[in-house]
Design a protein around this ligand. Structure first.
Ligand SMILES: [Zn+2]
Length: 490
């Protein structure tokens, strides 16, 4: 397959250097909060890549890190009065639940930063020996950018104005300034730290990915992936740390997934357009539709997330499922229809060709829906034969090996999201329609009644009436009295 390579700036063929398995590293989550849809777009596009490689006969050895120590984690854990381990455990578990909900395959190797401190310490020692790292008075270690003339080769930044010795010690920093960055941060009072040969402290974020990638994939490997926001400084720093000691190319191929917009704007909490996966599930959207929406725009294109788009994806998933059901459950005369045999063969070839061409998921979808239309018409006219059904089902199964939306596990995912909402006091965020669809528990009714009271207070009588009617449809009667609101089941 051909995939755009950020490092070379062109489409390059992606093949395993060892002829056996494609060794790939993808930057994983920092587990300090719930994952948002921008994060999951990246993980989903990497999932599409690994599934496509496997489908076309390439084995993969895929490593993903879990960042369970960094500036934000230390700050948030301290604010919550928890150890970083206790603080990150819940978010890590939530992250893996979200991957399962979106049917994202687990990488072969998942590496937690806090479990690879010795490898990171060793890398700092090697860097120091190579003259690329130095220690400051407080005991922290920094990477010396001046020791790595290739710095900037991935992001294509002009770093000629760079000041030797200017330092930065935060994990995420100004996009336009290149500075000596922290490899190892000396322990500050109250912070989690490790007692090591290079002093007491904790690793910087950039160091962990270099150390863990080389631990599991070797000093040079096939592909490194991540979101486009990681190109600089994170990936640039990974290259510098690794290549300064190995003098070998760190990753041959770099894949970056573009950020998404929400309703045409940057997603941010302050704009009120920030969505985690769980937010969308509680609004009543199905996990399969979210998966399809987030993968359907090719990874190098900006994806504009909208609720209309999610509805479109919901309908597309329904059409695929209904179509497959019709094929599986229908009875068809023996034989083959040459036109449909040809259509099935073409659809298979075209969707594979589209994915092999820089993972063009939009072009991969199109021939499958074309086949769906042709086959539905043929079924309506009694022109589809048993041999066609088998050929078409084979195409659908192959396609679904990558897209994975046809099997319906949505109700199960939604049920779990509702359980989580109940446990974490988020029932107020749950869409009424969803509660009605799932059947109403006492807690759900309580939440709706509270929402109705609030709506009335804000003189939003339309919403209040809507809730009353929806409850009435489910056999729940609300009684307003001077003692407050009561409800009962009819
Ligand atoms: Zn990384």
């Amino acid at each position: 397959m051909r995939l755009f390579n950020t490092l070379t700036g062109q489409m390059d063929t992606l093949t395993p250097a060892d002829g056996e398995a494609l060794r790939m590293y993808a930057c994983g989550p920092t587990v300090y909060d719930y994952g948002h849809i921008g994060n999951f777009r990246t993980f989903l596009q990497v999932d599409v890549l690994r599934r496509f490689l496997k489908l076309t006969g390439t084995k993969v050895r895929h490593v993903m890190n879990v960042t369970d120590v960094d500036d934000k984690i230390i700050r948030n854990a301290a604010a919550a009065g928890m150890t970083i381990g206790a603080y990150t455990a819940g978010f890590e578990q939530a992250f893996f639940e979200d991957l399962d909900a979106l049917r994202i395959e687990r990488p072969e190797i998942i590496a937690r930063a806090t479990e690879h401190i010795p490898q990171m310490v060793e890398l700092v020692q090697r860097l120091a020996k190579a003259g690329a790292a130095y220690q400051t008075e407080d005991g922290s270690w920094y990477f010396r950018l001046a020791a790595f003339p290739d710095y900037g080769k991935l992001s294509k930044k002009d770093l000629s104005g760079m000041e030797d010795g200017a330092r930065v010690d935060v994990d995420e920093y100004e996009k336009d300034s290149a500075r000596d960055f922290a490899l190892w941060k000396a322990a500050k009072p109250g912070e989690t730290s490790w007692d090591t040969a290079i002093g007491r402290g904790r690793p910087g974020w950039h160091l962990e990915c270099s150390a863990m990638a080389m631990e599991y994939l070797g000093e040079s490997f096939d592909l490194h992936a991540g979101g486009e926001d990681l190109i600089f400084p994170h990936h640039e720093n990974e290259i510098a740390q690794s290549e300064s000691v190995t003098h070998k190319m760190f990753a041959r191929h770099w894949m970056h997934v573009r950020f998404l917009l929400v309703d045409g704007r940057k997603m941010s909490k302050s704009e009120g357009n920030f969505y985690t996966l769980r937010d969308l599930l509680l609004k009543g959207y199905k996990a399969s539709a979210i998966r399809l929406a987030l993968i359907s725009v090719p990874y190098r294109h900006q994806f504009n997330f909208t609720f209309d788009g999610l509805v479109e994806a919901t309908n597309a998933v329904d059409r695929l499922r209904t179509f497959r059901k019709r094929l599986v459950e229908g009875s068809f005369a023996e034989g083959e229809n040459p036109a449909l045999q040809e259509a099935a063969k073409n659809a298979q070839e075209e969707y594979i060709a589209a994915l092999a061409n820089d993972l063009n998921t939009a072009e991969a979808r199109a021939p499958i829906f074309e086949l769906l239309r042709a086959a539905n018409t043929a079924m309506d006219q009694g022109q589809l034969k048993a041999g066609d059904r088998d050929a078409i089902l084979k195409v659908l199964t192959s396609f679904d090996g990558v897209f994975d939306v046809m099997e319906d596990r949505d109700a199960e995912v939604t049920r779990k999201a509702l359980e989580w909402a109940e446990q974490t006091d988020r029932m107020g965020q749950v869409a009424t329609e969803l509660l009605v669809r799932q059947g109403l528990t006492d807690e759900a009714i309580d939440a709706l009644v509270t929402e109705r009271t609030e709506a009335k207070k804000q003189r939003n009588f339309a919403r209040a009436d809507q809730i009353r009617n929806e409850l009435a449809d489910k056999g729940v009667v609300i009684e307003d009295s001077k003692d407050g609101v009561r409800w009962k089941r009819k």
